[in-house]
Each structure stands twice: as C-alpha cells, then as structure tokens.
Design a protein around this ligand. Structure first.
Ligand SMILES: NC(=O)c1ccc[n+]([C@@H]2O[C@H](COP(=O)([O-])OP(=O)(O)OC[C@H]3O[C@@H](n4cnc5c(N)ncnc54)[C@H](O)[C@@H]3O)[C@@H](O)[C@H]2O)c1
Length: 368
C-alpha cells in the first residue's frame, strides 16, 4: 500500500479524495494539508483522512511516500520541489509548473533523486481515450494524417469560487485546458515537433459572477484566445483552438483523420464519452464500444499508476503520466504563446515517447 499526503484541499481535491479513498485499491491517503487549515480539516472529516497538518509537517512525515499536489498553478513548482527534496515522489495537477525552467528543474531533480514525478491529466488513461488509442494502434483509420481540437468557451468566472488564477500567468485556456487536449494528442499521435500560432486577449478584465467573490474584477495577464497549428514527429498535423472568449461554437471537439478513415475522440477532459469511427467504405459513423475500463470520473488513476510503479520497484519515469510527458506538454503550451508573440514557427526542444497503453482487462480499482 502506497501512502499519500495531499497538499491543496480545494475544488478539484474532492474527486481525488473520493477516488483514492474508495476506488483505487493500492493507495491510502494518510494526511492532508492546505494553506487554509479549515479546508484540510473539512476534507479530513469528509473522507476519513487520519491526519491534518501543515505543509512542512506533511513533507517531513516519514510515512508519506507520495505527495499529491493539488494547489494552484503558481504553487505547483515550489511544492513539487520541496516534496522531491524531502525524498517523496510527487504527482501534481496541471500544469506541471508555470515556466519551462521550473518544469525542467523538477524533471531533472526527480531523476537525480530516483523519485517519481508525474502530472495531470490522467483522463487519457480512461475508457474513451484508451479505446481511441487502440483503434489507431490497430489500424482502424490507417496512418494518422491530421487532427482538429477545439476547446471553446467563456472561462470559469461564472462558476469557480476563486477564479483569478485562471487569468494569471499559468492559467488561460492554453495552460488550463491545453494539457487535456495536448496530452490526448501526444497519447494518440506521439510527440510534437513544431508549432505556429496566433493569440489575443479580448477582454482586459473579467468580472466574477460566482459567489463568494461576486462583482470582483480580475486583471487578465494571459492570452485568452489562441489558434495554433502543430506538426508532429510522425508527420501528422493538427489545428487547435483554445478560447475563453467565445460564448458558443459548433466546432468538433477532437477528431483524428487517417488515410483509411476518421475518428471522433471524446472530450479529453473526461474519462468516458462517445467514440465514433467512420472508415472510408462506411456510409455512417459507428459508435465503438469501450475496449478499456475507467469511464467514470476517475481522477487519481494516474496517482494509482505511479503508486503501482513505486510498489513494484519499476524504473524511475515509467509512470504513464510522467514528468517528461507533462514537461513536453508544458513546452508545447509555451511554444504556442511564443509562436504567437514572436510571429514565428517554434521548434520544440523537448520530446517524449507515447505513454504505455492501459491493459484492456483490468479489475475495477486496479492498474497494471
Ligand atoms: N476546479 C477544477 O474543475 C479543476 C479541474 C481540473 C484541474 N484543476 C487544477 O487543480 C488545481 C487546483 O484547482 P482548484 O480548482 O482545486 O483550486 P482551488 O483554489 O479551489 O484549490 C486550491 C487549494 O490549494 C491551496 N493552496 C494554494 N497554495 C498553497 C500552498 N502553497 N500550500 C498549501 N496549499 C495551497 C488553496 O488554499 C486552495 O485550498 C489547479 O492547478 C487547476 O488547474 C482544477
């Protein structure tokens, strides 16, 4: 059993606590901490976590094997670094860090210490995206030629209780939602080679209309509408739109086009969703039944995957949601912003192998 300490007990922590305490069989959450102690106390009471403590106490607790970092983007790097320096493996919510330099330092530090580093998303390990991976790998659409991904919406200030971070450096549609789409693309098509893009910030300020901060203005620090073109090592290309500026749209969310057919990939922000394929000789799209498990909201699956690696003594970096994968995605996100700001094609310096596919016949609550 791998012992987990959770740092950051906000909105997204609920589904992690839920899954890690009731679904995943190879982990035990033994401690939680938050800057706001009350939040950690509430989480501990709700999910039966035995220990509430400060961040420093959690990091120096010899019983904690793996730190789950669910703080806001600006705190990701410092908490991950402190965890690695304290000898703990660490899995962090997305993005891995704000800057490339911080991300690269975390990857190098984990390697040097022989510890695991991992990052969200883990949605690509779910039934929908793993079924798509199998369809592509088994040749159902032939050789992938191109993909289209579109995440188009109007931001988070109407529902999130504390949405300022979505408009600060480390937030925005590319850094907030890009990890799902870009990790999904890398899982299906392999690493990205080069990027071009255009970007804009349509609204200089946002007004919070959720409670408890209703009426508060947020200054927008980042691009909120980005159009990009990606070139993959494989030769495939993809068009991408990431927007917090659009009220409604009808663009496909995620499609992959191959030499022999096309694939509709479900929303990479969820574990399930409908998978549809249409080969060149088919008159209509066909719904494909899942080949894999985990179609419910299984956030924490990537943590359980890391825990399996730790328990089995597998090599550093062999977790599917690896630091290297999270870093490559961070590099692509920066490349999109850089390409737009500098008006040039940016060639990626990082690369990564596609993560191992999940097994098709897993018992609920287990990972292979
Ligand atoms: N809210 C969502 O739907 C959602 C979905 C997927 C991923 N995420 C990601 O999860 C992360 C957290 O998002 P959230 O919505 O839960 O935010 P949140 O603001 O609700 O929660 C973050 C928590 O971290 C705590 N915190 C911040 N800095 C800290 C520090 N240095 N030490 C200890 N605690 C600290 C805060 O007090 C807060 O309780 C973000 O990276 C976000 O991108 C959020």
């Amino acid at each position: 059993m791998v012992h987990i300490g959770v740092i950051g007990c906000g909105v997204i922590s609920k589904i992690y606590f839920q899954n890690l305490t009731t679904v995943m069989k190879n982990v035990q959450v033994i401690a939680c901490a938050d800057l706001v102690e009350e939040k950690a106390k509430t989480a501990a009471e709700t999910y039966g976590i035995p220990k509430v403590c400060s961040v420093d106490e959690l990091l120096s607790d010899p019983d904690v094997d793996l730190v789950l970092n669910l703080t806001i983007p600006k705190a990701h790097y410092s908490i991950c670094k402190a965890a690695l320096l304290a000898g703990k493996s660490v899995h962090v919510e997305k993005p891995l860090s704000v800057t490339r330099e911080e991300g690269a330092e975390l990857v190098a530090l984990a390697k040097e210490k022989g510890l695991f580093l991992g990052g969200a998303p883990d949605t690509f390990l779910g039934a929908g995206n793993q079924t798509c991976r199998k369809l592509i790998d088994d040749g159902w659409i032939g050789q992938p030629v191109a993909a289209a991904v579109n995440m188009i919406g109007h931001g988070h200030e109407r529902w999130h209780p504390d949405p300022a971070f979505y408009y600060q450096v480390g937030g925005g549609p590319v850094f907030d939602m890009g990890p799902y789409y870009l990790t999904g693309l890398v899982n299906l098509l392999g690493p990205v080679k080069a990027v071009t893009a255009e970007a804009k910030t349509t609204f200089a300020q946002r007004t919070i209309t959720s409670e408890p901060k209703f009426g508060t203005l947020i200054d927008v620090e980042i691009p909120t509408h980005v159009n990009g073109i990606l070139r993959f090592d494989s030769g495939a290309t993809a068009s991408l739109t990431m927007s917090f500026d659009v009220w409604s749209a009808t663009q496909p969310r995620f499609e992959v086009y191959g030499t022999e057919g096309s694939l509709q990939v479900p929303d990479p922000n969820i574990f399930g969703g409908e998978v549809l394929v249409r080969r060149h000789d088919q008159k209509e799209w066909t719904v494909v039944p899942y080949t894999h498990g985990y179609s419910d909201n299984s956030r924490g699956l990537g943590v359980a995957d890391m825990a399996r690696c730790i328990a089995d003594g597998r090599p550093q970096g062999s977790n599917r949601c690896s630091g290297e994968l999270a870093y490559h995605v961070l590099d692509v996100m920066h490349a999109l912003h850089d390409a737009a700001a500098q008006g040039r094609r940016v060639t990626l310096e990082s690369t990564v192998a596609r993560p191992r596919p999940m097994s098709t016949m897993l018992l609920a609550g287990t990972v292979d």
